[in-house]
Design a protein around this ligand. Structure first.
Ligand SMILES: *Cc1c(COP(=O)(O)O)cnc(C)c1O
Length: 372
């Protein structure tokens, strides 16, 4: 094939991101109804009713381009975070910010440091620019090895990703270690703190990353409306950076990368603190229930600061659950074939998962659930 000779080698060897299968697709495959997806860390309560109303109201305006500056949302968020509006960069999901960072900072010969297992998009955006991903294994407790990451920084390092709380483990790092780590980085390295799950974090010493943005040029905090705000389908996230970095990212983005409905829904969602609080409460109860019940089944579960749990279900459980109409995220792609990442669902969804696991175990005590 002639194309093979002209496609960039670093693109040829990219492994595409594996999204979770939609529940409707599994329904079709199995010829059943009511499959549920506990695999993509979406908000099980759905979007805020206020966001839905705002989308309806704005639907008749979609023949207009969006406001390319995202001014209304920019102003509102800047107030809320007590930063200058120009420090915010919006994207088509926080994923686009990852890509913009790679585009602005990385090329062949450059290195980006991040932990592994961590968010699956990091290697994709780094390799997508022909740069080198330098991964640092999590500790035995599946927490970031921050001293190890610090030691992995060389004079070729341009970018460090720190996912806190970490996906797919749900573990987090506290303020003291975070502060020491960021302070240890040379000023020629950009640190991107990916806080997609910050709203679910319950540890009291959670790092104040925004304070670091004020203090250290080359620091960016990434947040998203996909998780607690329940707007994953609209694709909107943002980065909060020092002015200089923010301006470079602005130059690299497409002019209309955030769509009209996404901005409107995000504004309405920000105003609905009650929905966010309900989501947090429902998640905390779900975490508690699932942790207790999974442990009861003899399955190891890690403490989580997010809206999902890491569980050592044993290999093959993911496929067995699929046949029962339950989608969880297998982690063999992360070198953890024994583990699954389970998104906390609605109470009835969590109960269905536990009942199904129990039934599989009873039907086949030997291999029904290969408990380690
Ligand atoms: C979900 C997620 C994101 C971004 O999601 P978008 O939908 O692109 O905003 C970023 N980082 C992590 C770790 C995530 O889990």
């Amino acid at each position: 094939m002639a194309l093979e000779r002209i496609i960039k080698p670093h693109i040829r060897c990219l492994e595409p991101y594996q999204p979770g299968k939609p529940a409707e697709e599994l329904d079709r495959e199995l010829g059943i109804e009511g499959s549920i997806k506990l695999a993509s860390n979406e908000n099980p309560l759905g979007p805020s009713p206020r966001a839905i109303a705002a989308i309806r109201e704005a639907a008749g305006e979609v023949h207009r381009y969006p406001d390319g500056a995202t001014s209304a949302l920019r102003g509102r968020l800047a107030d809320r975070l007590a930063v200058a509006p120009e420090q915010l960069v919006f994207g088509c999901g926080a994923d686009e910010l990852l890509e913009l960072l790679a585009k602005v900072l990385l090329g062949p010969g450059d290195e980006a440091v991040f932990a592994w297992p961590s968010f699956a998009m990091y290697p994709i955006v780094v390799q997508g620019m022909g740069a080198t991903a330098v991964t640092v294994p999590l500790t035995a407790d599946l927490v970031h090895d921050l001293p190890g990451m610090s030691a992995a920084v060389t004079d070729r390092t341009r970018l460090v990703f720190l996912c806190n709380p970490n996906n797919p483990t749900g573990t987090s790092v506290g303020a003291d270690e975070f502060d020491r780590f960021v302070a240890s980085l040379p000023e020629t390295v950009v640190v991107a703190v990916d806080e997609a799950y910050v709203d679910f974090a319950r540890r009291r010493d959670f790092p104040d990353s925004v304070a670091w943005v004020r203090r250290r040029p080359g620091t960016i905090v990434l947040r998203t409306f996909s998780k607690i705000y329940g707007l994953a389908g609209l694709r909107i996230g943002y980065g909060l950076a020092d002015l200089e970095l923010a301006q470079y990212l602005q130059r690299a983005r497409h002019p209309f990368n955030v769509n009209r409905l996404a901005e409107i829904a995000a504004l309405a969602a920000l105003d609905d603190e009650e929905h966010a609080e309900r989501t947090r409460r429902s998640n905390a109860e779900g975490v508690e229930y699932l942790t207790r019940e999974l442990r009861e089944l003899g399955i190891e579960v890690w403490p989580t600061d997010a809206n999902f749990l890491l569980a050592r279900t044993g290999p093959g459980v993911h496929d067995r659950l699929l046949r029962e109409g339950l989608i969880v995220r297998p982690l063999h792609g992360f070198g953890m074939p024994d583990h699954a990442r389970i998104t906390v669902g609605l109470p009835e969804e969590n109960e269905r998962l536990i009942k199904t696991l129990r039934r599989l175990r009873e039907a086949d005590p030997v291999s029904g659930l290969e408990v380690p």
